[in-house]
Design a protein around this ligand. Structure first.
Ligand SMILES: [Zn+2]
Length: 1014
């Protein structure tokens, strides 16, 4: 699925380097300085939890008392202890953790056996060696035993009988060919009845068919006119159909399963969603979200991406609703019961996670692109906001049809805005689902909103090729889907919508990927993903943004046009099928002309985590280059020296620096390398436009020549390259390679800077530090930092216009500057913001606030009691999602702790829809008074999002990444160590701990420098 913390974030300046990775949409921070500690009137806080949606720490009732003692806090005093703790949603959603705690090596005997068979039968040895062996090598115990023991131990099924399969992955003995699925959702009882007939072909003799199914009641399993017994093993979400006679290889068989289930209330599977329309009537609908592992919640199936099959779907619905699925509807039959049955054409061959269906009351607009009918659907109240998306989708589809040289293969493509949707968007083949905010554009929307919507559409459309047509074999290579879709989204927008100026956004996205990948908690692009939690965690910045970044790097190292040629060849070779990492590089290599080995080079970027720091030392015409891992770690791991990358280094110099024609290429394959340049060259700048995925240190002299050059004339480098220097020098300061004094030296040129990319990068970095100081309540330094920012950016802040502005880069620039300015409390900014707010309020909504300024304006307004109340009532009334989000962020940025009850509104999902909770938490955390409070809230309610999900990742990083004291480090560690639901195994927990340690270390090292130099 599209987490779209990435895409949602897209058009906005980056947030704090550590915590922005998982966020949906960072903004530049709340710098509110007040630290109110109001005694709270408990009567003001009255809420009833929506119990079905609550997911609390997986603790037994008895454990709770003790746990709660530990987490007693101000949040508790607010009356939050009512939170429902009985939900077992998490129990069911994360069974693997308890059963098989540490992945591959944890259940040695049966796995070893099965793997042996697997390797022989499939000859998938390359993948096995690459992905599985290293894991064992680095694991202390288990693997050796695995090899010596071959005894199979079957688990017990839910009825107590032995379950005839011992692997989390399904057996390869049968393959599905076709599913005939009939569904009848009941939107009154929130249940559904289903019947699925699965045609399979046997690959070898077997008396058991194992497939996925979870949270459903199997009523009857039929095979060749007989009823068969079905066993269930819940922890692995599998069922096994036991046969009396063996299936014969090469033969086809049909199994039919009748079942019933509840419509899910957790945003995955076949789930129910609701919204209130303009008439105040509550409306319900049912929709699906299957990626990665939830198709099995809607129908029994072989729920792994390599099991492609065709799907023929029928849906029974009431009058007054429509139903949609991947394919075009072929007919509708009225039934005796008064219901209608819609039947859809048989699908193309596809993976289960791409199947989708919706039953809802929706309106649409449509247009044709060659043979494809493109439609955009929304709830009737919002039909007028669908036209922009239709236009964007039509243009992008035409572009991709040409670019890939393979036509989109279905006769229709629907884009649907779902009112209550957790992911950002989901690329279901032919039926792409979106949040309303990522698809709808109203007359309140700014160009930045259009940039967001266009990005998400471009990303999802790219998936119709990368992901749908060619699918990764397994989730470990998720980046083949997500890295490519992310790359294509920026590339296509650059070509089709140049006015959206997407380049800066992509640059800042790649900076974020570097930040995330510099931590020891990062992982290789192609990484082990066995348990459902590990699969969920693959949807992160590494798969998306680093994946896209290394594609940019490869593209820039290849002769023009070769990259496109390579991906077309890859798509043609693997279409309708599955691929692994290696397949991509081999295909690329075979069709492109290059001076280096693509497979070897790119493997160093996909199979090991992290990225290199390249150090440049110059002695006249001789340039010495060396590489080491750029690793921000509280403790250096012992194997750090082992990492080596094949780096396509690019560089420019003072005689030619402003176009790609100036770019030179040098492949650094070894630890060190040498380069000859003319002795007359004054300065060198590496990593042209940050097309490479590495950081460069020029040494004291090298930095000095670059800084001098910029002070003389900022235009000696492109704005992107100036932003890269700013980004790299802050990164090096974090690493301890350059002093903070040098950082400030570079920033001295910034008073001559007027471009969005370098300015926003500098602000992001400075505010990062500012916020840490603020949270430490180091008031003296906070004041000096404010003065520093004002001295360097004040003139530019004051010269920004508050009128409507069409240029994207100007919007980006001014929104970053003005939000900072207002947060710093600069009177000029606050006055102008309040003036706009008052005009807007008094005009009854007819006088608009420019979309890019809403955040600044609303945040200032929300500081006052009356402004806050106005925003809250406007929030409830507004039909425009982009406007609503700005309001919500402003509401959550209040310095008044009493108003942070808004967190609970988000948790309940009544006035504020639950998927917005991560956004609220983040906004609260950026406020000084709020951030400790939010941490308490998280501990108390140990939120309802599934383990590993991006929402939970975002919430954890928002709440913890601004800690920089030992006390907080201990507290966070203690909290996670007490969790018994497997969530402490999450990668993001490591990331959170590491980030706090690094903050702590940075502060210890640099506070004195700051005192001296600021
Ligand atoms: Zn995607």
């Amino acid at each position: 699925y599209e987490t779209f913390f990435f895409c949602l974030r897209a058009p906005f300046p980056r947030n704090m380097i550590e915590n922005s990775m998982f966020e949906e949409e960072p903004d530049v921070v709340d710098l509110a300085k007040e630290t109110p500690v109001y005694p709270l009137d408990p009567d003001e806080v009255v809420y009833e939890p929506r119990s079905s949606r609550l997911l609390v720490r997986g603790l037994g009732e008895n454990d709770l008392e003790e746990e709660e003692e530990d987490y007693e806090s101000s949040a508790r005093l607010l009356g939050m202890s009512f939170m429902n703790r009985s939900s077992n949603l998490r129990n069911t959603s994360s069974p693997y953790t308890r059963q098989a705690p540490s992945g591959f090596c944890s259940m040695p005997s049966p796995r070893a056996l099965v793997i042996g068979v697997f390797v022989l039968v499939l000859a998938a040895s390359i993948a096995m060696v690459v992905y599985f062996l290293p894991r064992c090598t680095f694991t202390k115990d288990g693997c050796h035993q695995a090899n010596s023991s071959a005894e199979v131990i079957y688990p017990k099924s839910s009825t107590g009988e032995l379950f005839p399969w011992t692997e989390m992955r399904l057996p390869m003995s049968v393959h599905p060919l076709r599913y005939d699925l009939l569904l009848h959702p009941n939107l009154t009882t929130m249940t559904f009845q289903g019947s699925v007939s699965i045609t399979v072909t046997a690959e070898k003799e077997t008396k058991v068919v194992v497939l996925h199914s979870t949270d459903m009641r199997i009523i009857k399993t039929s095979f060749q006119g007989k009823e068969l017994k079905t066993l269930e093993y819940k922890p692995w979400q599998q069922i096994a159909i036991q046969l009396e006679e063996e299936l014969r290889p090469g033969q086809q068989y049909i199994f039919t399963l009748d079942y019933s289930a509840n419509l899910s209330s957790s945003y995955d599977g076949f789930y129910n969603s609701s919204y209130t329309d303009t008439a105040g009537i509550k409306r319900v609908l049912a929709a699906t979200q299957f990626e990665p592992l939830a198709a099995r919640k809607a129908f029994p199936c072989f729920d792994e991406p390599a099991f492609k099959a065709t799907f023929s779907i029928k849906i029974k619905r009431e009058d007054g609703y429509i139903s949609l699925s991947n394919m075009r509807k072929s007919k509708t039959t009225p039934l005796a019961s008064g219901l209608f049955q819609d039947e859809f054409e048989t699908s193309v061959n596809m993976s289960t996670y791409l199947v989708a269906f919706i039953v809802a009351n929706m309106s649409s607009v449509g247009r044709n692109v060659s043979e494809t009918q493109v439609s955009v659907y929304a709830v009737p109240d919002k039909k007028d906001q669908t036209l922009y998306a239709l236009d964007a989708a039509v243009k992008l589809l035409a572009f991709y049809n040409t670019f890939f040289g393979i036509k989109y293969p279905l006769s229709k493509l629907d884009l649907v805005a779902i009112p209550d949707f957790l992911a950002g968007a989901m690329e279901n083949w032919g039926l792409i689902t979106f949040r309303e905010a990522t698809l709808l554009i109203g007359n309140h929307s700014s160009t930045l909103d259009k940039q967001l919507v266009t990005s998400v559409i471009a990303h999802e459309l790219a998936h119709q090729w990368f992901g749908n047509l060619v699918t990764m074999k397994w989730w470990n290579d998720l980046w083949l889907n997500e890295g490519f879709a992310t790359y294509m989204q920026y590339m296509s927008i650059g070509k089709v919508f140049p006015e959206l100026e997407i380049g800066n956004e992509f640059l800042s996205t790649r900076f974020q990927a570097l930040a995330k990948d510099s931590l020891n908690s990062s992982h290789a692009v192609s990484a082990v993903a066995n348990t459902p939690e590990q699969v969920a965690e693959m949807f992160d910045s590494v798969s998306y943004e680093k994946g896209a970044s290394i594609l940019v790097m490869l593209n820039s190292a290849l002769p023009d046009g070769n990259f496109q040629k390579g991906i077309i060849a890859y798509l043609n070779k693997y279409k309708w099928s599955n691929a692994v990492n290696q397949d991509l590089w081999s295909t690329m290599s075979s069709v492109t002309s290059q001076s280096f080995d693509v497979v070897q080079m790119m493997s160093t970027w996909t199979l090991q985590k992290g990225f290199p720091l390249v150090t440049v030392t110059r002695d006249g015409p001789r340039v010495k280059l060396s590489q080491e891992q750029f690793l921000l770690a509280a403790e250096q791991p012992p194997d750090i020296d082992r990492h080596l990358w094949q780096i396509p280094l690019t560089y420019i110099n003072n005689s030619c620096s402003n176009s790609s024609a100036c770019k030179n290429l040098f492949i650094l394959k070894e630890k060190t390398g040498k380069l000859q340049i003319a002795a007359s060259v004054k300065w060198l700048k590496f990593n042209y436009k940050n097309e490479g995925f590495y950081v460069v240190d020029y040494g004291v002299d090298g930095w000095k020549t670059l800084i001098d050059a910029l002070r003389n004339d900022v235009n000696v480098l492109l704005p992107e390259d100036r932003a890269v220097l700013i980004n790299n020098i802050f990164a090096l300061s974090r690493l301890g390679k350059v002093s903070f004094r040098q950082v400030l030296n570079l920033l001295d040129y910034i008073s001559n800077e007027t471009e969005a990319a370098p300015i926003t990068e500098a602000l992001v970095q400075l505010e990062d530090i500012y916020r840490l100081l603020d949270k430490r309540q180091d008031l003296g330094l906070v004041a000096r930092m404010e003065t520093y920012i004002t001295d360097h950016f004040g003139t530019l802040m004051d010269s920004q216009s508050w009128e409507m502005e069409t240029s994207v880069s100007k919007q980006t620039l001014r929104s970053a500057l003005l939000e900072t300015s207002c947060r710093l409390g600069r009177q000029n900014c606050r006055d102008k913001a309040m003036k706009l707010f008052n005009q807007w309020e008094n005009s009854n909504g007819t006088k608009q606030i420019p979309g890019d300024l809403m955040r600044a304006v609303f945040s200032v307004a929300a500081q006052s009691d009356s402004g806050w109340k106005t925003l809250l009532s406007s929030y409830k009334m507004s039909l425009h999602d982009s406007e609503k989000r700005r309001m919500l962020e402003a509401l959550a940025s209040t310095p008044d702790v009493r108003k942070i009850v808004i967190l609970h509104a988000g948790l309940q999902g009544s006035d504020i829809q639950t998927p917005e909770l991560p956004r609220i938490v983040r906004a609260v955390c950026q406020n000084f008074g709020g951030y400790l409070f939010a941490w308490d809230f998280v501990k108390q309610n140990w939120i309802q999002f599934p383990i590993g999900s991006f929402s939970l990742q975002s919430i954890i990083m928002s709440t913890t990444s601004q800690f920089s004291t030992q006390l907080h480090l201990d507290e966070v560690r203690d909290f996670f160590s007490t969790l018994k639901d497997g969530s402490s195994q999450m990668r993001v927990v490591d990331e959170a701990m590491e980030t706090i340690k690094l903050n702590l270390r940075w502060m210890e090292k640099n506070v004195e420098t700051l005192r001296r130099w600021l």
